[in-house]
Design a protein around this ligand. Structure first.
Ligand code: FAD
Length: 395
């Protein structure tokens, strides 16, 4: 694996940094610092994503025929690393990163023409309707029903944990279209307009977002929702194939850049915080923990680079994408836990007293340290489920 950068790569890095400097405005930076789960208000996300799209950089993974920039895997790596270094907003993944590859591979020409350009232009926001109460790790047991009514499906049931459904214009759903045979064989992949009569979105309050209005995940209820047949992606009862294909893209995120940034923040905090008359960073046991974490992050980065090099040679990401998600989320949890240990008692105030500041209770870097440990815990929980079941890859 060749890890050196060419002069062209270095020039590209400068272009990325320039883009960030020109577009990551002070108010966006401030909001990113305040938003502990990196979900900005929708209008800010749209602003950022429009800037990326104007530059032709919104969809690094899309083929050029659909609007992708045609980057090398090294360029993608540089882009992800610089975005993480500057704490730039991530791209909302549900449309462009998750649903789009499925439409490109399994969708009709009409579906490609209808949905892909509106994802690029940020006109349509998407959410993911996979999980149901009782169908999480064992996703194939899902029950939401889509009855064939001739020219349309009639949908009844519910989805749960649906991230940012409150913003979404569309939801891609796994629905049950048959109860015959193996449970995986009766599932279909359906695109549903969130404005359809019969859909209700109900927020779920989470530990890390206690403030009113701070909403990330939801329940979505479907009562006699009419969905035109043309919104079926791929063949009827073959949605499990689409579902698994989509998950390769959901899980294949880059983690190392943001983890390295987190470890650097711990160093800064631990150098400023004093315990027993010494900076925390001088405590041998703390140093050992941080060093162990940094080594693990470097190892993850190498795995990421190995995956990139596999992709560069034309192979698919495959099950390694699950490995990345498990390890990436575990390490993220360790990063925020060590950050909380470094800030000590200043981590106790749970809700920020003022937007972006700790308002005299402690240094600004302590803001959100406690709820930060609760947010990735949710993702780690999911990753643990993937580890224990590995159901999707086996079926
Ligand atoms: C923050 C957050 C956002 C999410 N966003 C979305 C979203 O946008 N759209 C969406 O569709 N879903 C979303 N999810 C749901 C997520 O994909 C599910 O949580 C996940 O699939 C696990 O399902 P579950 O929560 O029902 O847990 P369960 O499947 O009930 O698992 C509970 C426990 O049982 C264990 N377990 C389960 N099966 C086995 C087995 N066979 N062998 C051994 N142990 C087992 C698991 O390891 C786990 O510890 C989100 C979840 C979270 C936490």
């Amino acid at each position: 694996m060749d890890l050196s950068f060419t002069p062209q790569d270095n020039a590209f890095r400068e272009e990325v940094v320039d883009f960030i400097k020109n577009n990551l405005t002070d108010d966006l930076k401030q909001k990113m610092a305040e938003n502990r789960n990196s979900y900005l208000p929708k209008e800010d996300h749209v602003r950022w994503q429009k800037a990326l799209n104007d530059k032709g950089w919104l969809v690094p993974d899309w083929p050029t025929e659909y609007g992708g920039p045609g980057w090398t895997t090294t360029q993608k790596y540089i882009f992800d690393t610089e975005m993480a270094n500057h704490n730039a907003p991530g791209v909302m993944p549900f449309g462009v990163r998750m649903c789009a590859p499925v439409i490109m591979k399994f969708g009709t020409e009409e579906q490609k023409k209808r949905f892909l350009p509106r994802m690029l232009s940020n006109e349509d926001w998407w959410c993911q309707g996979y999980s149901e109460p009782g169908s999480g790790s064992d996703l194939a047991s899902l029950k939401m029903k889509a009855e064939d009514k001739g020219d349309h499906f009639l949908c009844n049931g519910s989805k749960i944990w649906t991230t940012l459904a409150q913003y979404a214009d569309w939801i891609f759903c796994l629905v049950r279209t048959s109860n015959e045979g193996k449970k995986q064989e009766g599932i279909s992949f359906l695109l549903i307009d969130m404005k359809s009569p019969g859909i209700t979105v109900k927020p779920i309050q989470t530990l890390d977002l206690p403030a009113e209005g701070a909403q990330e995940i939801n329940e979505v209820f479907f009562e006699d929702v009419v969905v035109p047949k043309e919104n079926l992606v791929g063949e009827i009862n073959k949605g499990w194939t689409c579902a698994k294909y989509l998950l390769e893209f959901e899980r294949g995120n880059a983690y190392a850049g943001r983890l390295k940034r987190g470890a650097q923040k711990i160093r800064t905090i631990a150098s400023a915080e004093i315990a027993n008359g010494e900076p925390v960073i001088n405590d041998p046991s703390f140093r050992a923990k941080l060093a162990k974490l940094e080594v693990a992050i470097q190892a993850l980065e190498m795995t990421e680079l190995r995956i990139l090099s596999k992709l560069a040679s034309g192979q698919n990401m495959g099950p390694e994408s699950s490995l990345m998600k498990c390890r990436g989320t575990d390490l993220y949890q360790e990063v925020v836990e060590l950050a909380l240990e470094a800030v000590g008692t200043y981590g106790i105030p749970f809700i920020p007293l003022a937007h972006g500041q700790n308002d005299g209770v402690g240094p600004d870097y302590a803001n959100g340290a406690a709820p930060d440990t609760l947010m990735p815990a949710k993702y780690r929980f999911m990753a643990a489920q993937m580890k224990s079941s590995a159901i999707l890859w086996q079926s």
